[in-house]
Write a protein that binds this ligand. Sequence first.
Ligand code: C2O
Ligand code: CU
Ligand code: CU
Length: 482
Amino acid sequence: MKLTRRSVLLLPLAQVGCTPRRPEARLLPSRISLPRPFETELPIIPVLQPSGADATTDFYDLAVRPARATIVPGTTTEIWGYNGIFPGPVIHAQRGRRVTMRLRNALPVPVVNHLHGGRTPPESDGYPMDFVMPGAVREYVYPNEQRAATLWYHDHRMDFTGAQVWRGLAGFYILHDDEEKRLPLPAGQKEIALAICDRSFDADGSLEYPSLDPSLKGKPGIAHEYMGGVLGDVILVNGAPWPRLDVANTKYRLRFLNASNARRYELAFDPALPFTQIGGDGGLLAAPISHRTLRIAPAERFDAIVDFTRLGFGTEITLLNRAATGHAGQVMRFRVTRGERDDAAAIPAKLSALAPPDPAEAILTRTFDFSYKRATGTWTINGKPFDPSRMDAQPKLDTTEIWQLRTDFSHPLHLHLVHFRVLSHSGRPGPWDAGYKDTIDLAPGEVANILVRFTGYRGRYVFHCHNLEHEDMAMMANFEVV
Ligand code: C2O
Ligand code: CU
Ligand code: CU
């Protein structure tokens, strides 16, 4: 190719020999021939049954262990799974009833369990250095004193979260309450939790990931070119590549979770069908919102009704990802195969009593700047990499603050313990910012103001970027509720 001045300007920086100012998330290409889309049935994730219960508490036993799974047809893949499956089993919890999770670590490396979106006492929150060592058992207590919501649990080991979640350590935790139960929403087989994530596979079917130490026992870190984030080229839903699901011509409630390390999706149906959003990270919205597409960043959840009522038998509807082209541009396929009475006739116009956020409640504003430090090659908050011994904010229990978040680059930002309201997001709140959230996705150079009420427990928690490679490479900080 002849390099004219114009074509030089259009070349990606890497090709003209400069180091980019900020490392972009990067595709790790699979070495296996990719499975054909829409041939595997969507797996319905098994529900975990309690091993016991008393007047206040349901007891669950989970073991994290290596296991073999068939993900790409014709091969087997070693995964690390809760009870040996990926995603882990679904835990259904009830507001006001405690869950005690007894976690046994049958992996050769330390693990940490975090209930994402849980309002959890600090000793059970899964601080990144609160390790469950190989062979050990640890009890986590989840009080469930919070609104019904789609939560999820995942590994949170310091420096190794990206690698360990990639191997399979993530699962749904669905919290129910009476407010939600009173609504006439699709239930039973018409309520489906969908964990979407991307992975890459080696020629023998094993998962690829660019860790510096593939045993994950010693040196942390990943190959330098992936420090902006690892993208896979196989899209999995509930652990199956580009699956398909036969549905009835009625309404479905789909709970979407983006369990990817670094990939964002913009979900859209082809042919077009709206998503009627009824909930987000922190539970039900005040009223439904209709979207043509759902932008979902790592760790975000959307609870949406999709109405297949008017579609004839045999109609195929593909769930696309408009944020990518090629293989990653498709997610799964639905096919209408049967008729059913539409028993959830109308989506209620009012879902939940949720007052609009009131910024006058805030007693102070803190500013956090999320940026890449080229000199040290780390992702930082206010110029500093994570230091477990440094306290970065000390909000007072039962007070409200405004946190102003600023980014140099795309970062899905997450706070433990709390759910917040979005006051502004480079102007007005964005179309996907409604209700209570625990993760907000900022594009490069954006500023968002979030209203955060610190309730529940005193103690130390973290906030961080949920691009797991950014998190592992130090974009995390402490806060202590005092
Ligand atoms: Cu889902 Cu601290 O993470
Ligand atoms: Cu969390
Ligand atoms: Cu980030």
